[in-house]
Design a protein around this ligand. Sequence first.
Ligand SMILES: [Cu+2]
Length: 168
Amino acid sequence: MNLKNYLLLPIFIALLALNGCSGSNDSDKSSASHNSVHSGIKVSDAWVAQKPDMTGVFGVVMNHTDKDITITGGTSEVATKVELHETVAAADGSMKMRPKPGGFTIKANSMHELAPGKDHIMLMGLSRELKPGEQLRITLELSNGDSLEFTAPVKPFTGAEEDYDPES
Ligand SMILES: [Cu+2]
């Protein structure tokens, strides 16, 4: 190895380390750049709860257009079926989730929050175990014929509202 390579090596390693971190750890801010804008509609702060069999996708959907847009369905590589759920109070007072009739309508120039205990995207029939930090690709179908694709990191979900840092 000549002297020039010797000097460059630490820089190269440092760059590799930086790259390695941005993908999988701490998903809050870095993941935002993976979300894409289509037809003026966007998903931000998206995340997926780490659960077996079926799980929820959460985040904020923003409609920057001057027309109402409805999310009518979706697909994901890890789910056999994607449903759009709402959470409602059952007769016995417990909270239950079920497919929302008609899907999620995001009013013109408004946002729609997807959160535990509220509306959410449900990934049904997961084909494999989800790992904290991995990025899942989700595609939503819109009422205007377009689709909205975004990526969401998997985060541990304990059932409580508390924050939990998946970094090991
Ligand atoms: Cu659900």
